[in-house]
Every structure is written in C-alpha cells, then in structure tokens.
Design a protein around this ligand. Sequence first.
Ligand code: ADP
Length: 454
Amino acid sequence: MKFSIIYKITLIFACLAVFILAVSFLYLDTNRLKDILIAVFIFTILAAIVMSFIVSLFILGPIKEMTNVTRLIAKGDLTKRIASSRNDEIGDLARSFNNMSEQIRLRIAEALTNNSKMEAVFQSMFEGVIVIDEHRKILLMNKAIKDLLGIKEDVLGKTPLEVIRNNNIQEIVEKVLAIKKPLDAKEVGLFSPLDKVLLVNAVPVGYEGKPAGAVLVFHDITKLRQLENIRREFIANISHELRTPAANIKGYAETLLDGALNDKENAVEFLKIIYSESGRLEKLITDILGLSKIESEKFKMSLKKHSIKNIAETVSAEFGPRIKEKDLQMKINIADNLPEVFVDDYYIRQVFSNLIDNAIKYTDPKGSINITAHDKGKLVQVDVLDTGIGIPEQDIPRIFERFYRVDKARSRELGGTGLGLAIVKHIVQAHNGEVWVTSTAGKGSTFSFTIPKG
Ligand code: ADP
C-alpha cells in the first residue's frame, strides 16, 4: 500500500499530539493544564494539516509533475519538460531534470543519426554483407546480397543455411565462430537456381571482449571468372588455330628439304601449299589483331557521314572476280535517296567485306546474293541475303562467337578463320547498332545489321 508524504506528515503530527495528550492526562491533574493541552493537541492537528498542504503545494506538486514527465520520456516523448520558474531547491531540481532530458534527447538523436548513416552505408554497399550472432542466426543482411541471391523473404533470425542453402557458406560460419579469427577469403560456387561464384570473407565480431557473432562479406566474382574462362578458351583456340597451318608449313618445308625439292612437280605443289598455309596464318593473325584492337578500351573510330550505297558498291566490286568464278548473281538494292549513315567507313567496309565474303563462301555456284538497306527511324538497316547452305537452327545463337563454325573443315578449306562474324558483331556494336541472322538450313541466310543515320 502506497502512503503519500502528506498522510505520513499528518500521521506523525497526530501521533505526537496523541502522545502528548495521553501523557498529560496520566500525569497532570490540573484542569486548566488539561485544557491547555487539549488546545495544544487541536493546534498540533491543525498545524499538521496546514503543514501537509504546504508540503503538498511546494514539494509534492513538482514531484508529481516530474513523475509524469519521466513516464512520458520513458514512453519515447523526449520533448516533454517540467515547467518551473522557482528559485529554490525544487526549481534547481526541475532545471537539472530538464537539462538531463535535453542531453538524453541529443544523445538519442545523435545515436539515431549515426545509426541511419550506418544503415545507409550498409544498404548501399556494393559488397554483400551478412551479420550473424553467436547462435548462427542472421541479424542483418544488406540489399546487395539479397539482390545477388534473389532473396525477397524476411531472413532475420534464420541461419545462412536456411536462407542460402549452401553447405560451404554454413561451413565458413561454423569455422569463424569456432576459431574466432578472421578467415582467408574463400571462393564459393552457387549452382541451383543461381549460377554464381562468390568470394567470401568472414570476420568474428566481439562485444566487450566476448565473441558475439561474425560478419560475412560477399564479392560477386562470377563475371571475372567467366572472363577468365573466355580468355583461357580464346588462347586455347588461337593456339589450336595457329598450330595447324604452322605444322603444315613446317611439314612441307621439311619434305622439301629432305629431297622433294628435286622432284620439280611435287616441289611446286608443296610450295603452293606452304604459300596458302602462310596466307591463312597471316589472315588469322590479322583477324586476331583486328579483333583485339576493336575490343580494346582505347578503340576509337572516326565517325563521319557516308553513303551506305557507295560503301556497298565499292566493297562488292572488290569481290567481282570471285562472284564471276562461282557464277553468282549479285544485286545491290539501295535507294539513292536513303539518308546517309554516321559511321567509320573503314570499319563498316570491313563489315560488308566479311558478310559478302561469307555469302560467297557458303553459297553454291549459280546462287544469288542481295544487299538491301532501308530507313529505320534513327537507324539504317542493312540486309545481306544469300541463297546458300544456310545455318542449322541450333547453331544460330552461337554463330557470332569467336571461332564458332558450323562446319570447321569446310570453313578452313574455304580459308575461313572463324573470326569474321565476331569482328562484324564488335564493329556494329561499337556503332551502337545490332546484328542478327535469320537462316534456314539448305535455303539461305540473311545477315542484318543496324547503324546510326547521319
Ligand atoms: P568463317 O571464317 O568460318 O567464315 P565466320 O565468323 O565468318 O567464320 O562465320 C562463322 C560460321 O558461320 C562459319 O564457319 C559458317 O559455318 C557460318 N556462316 C557464316 N556466314 C554464313 C552464311 N552466309 N551462310 C551459311 N553459313 C554461314
């Protein structure tokens, strides 16, 4: 049971009065003295009541207000203050209390600002971060790792294994919590449903010297590994492509040196082979260098206005003898008033040259090749159509890859390097255009590309 101070003071005074009264009645016998004591008793009671009111007015009022304000502050309303302009101890206490409330408000505001700054940094980090507690439960998981792994559900309180479903990551968690030391970065491959390679760093975190969980930092190195694979494959392909003509040249040169030089008829045949193989070698090296130049970051083009009809005509004229040799029909259907294009003519000539060269190579004698171009808004679309062997459907998606050929032997025999279409793709893309093919095996192909208008 709670007794207010007023009751306590009144009670003390009342007890004191009753005590005095009782003593007086026991030991005093004069009526007059008894009357005086009764008066003293009544006065003491009244004094107690008056004192209680004074205490209530000057002390309990402010204390009650302080209690109310403290309750409101505890509930989160940090703006509440005690209104007191008194110039005594109660006034000092109220001012100290207000000052303390203001300090708390400032500290909390500072903590919240720091917290939101931390949160902003944490959420905008490029690296994925997961913070776990000592029981392996997720405390924090930033946007980068959620986006990377396609996680949409609430993950707090779950274990990394439940969320990522990867044993290697769970092993890292177990290890860092067990040895309580930062681990060396470890590469982890995720397969299903996402195909990703992640580099994971794990560091234990402690609070007041005690271990309290760990922080895992994830870097997505999928692209890096893919590029490394492409580069490795490219080097393997180049070596393989260069080895064949180089081995042929060496073989025939050795045969000649071993005596075939004296066999006039064969010697000329062998020299022709050496000549053609060295030509292939030269073309391969030129194509590889050309491709790496176009792919390099320093690649710069000299863009000017050009007539696409002019370019198509001059390039196809260079193929005149081969067209005649195969008895092909070659037509250029480009309107004179087609808007000019804004291109580097050296490279666009190469695009035409590679596409026409392919059309000739992969079209049987008496077939036809048609070059058309039309206006397409901000672009001009060029189509190189042939009635050749066509491309099987399953090969179409890979046809622009370096060294990809439907029929390797046939391409080699025809002097192909497998780089022509890759060069076309890179040049067109450098002009912000697109290139694609539509083809039916046995019927023919149409290679199309877009380039910007002048
Ligand atoms: P290549 O030097 O082998 O011609 P490309 O990169 O120019 O290399 O072409 C890649 C492959 O695409 C060729 O080997 C061929 O199989 C196919 N190809 C390209 N153009 C045509 C075409 N007009 N008709 C049929 N197949 C084609």
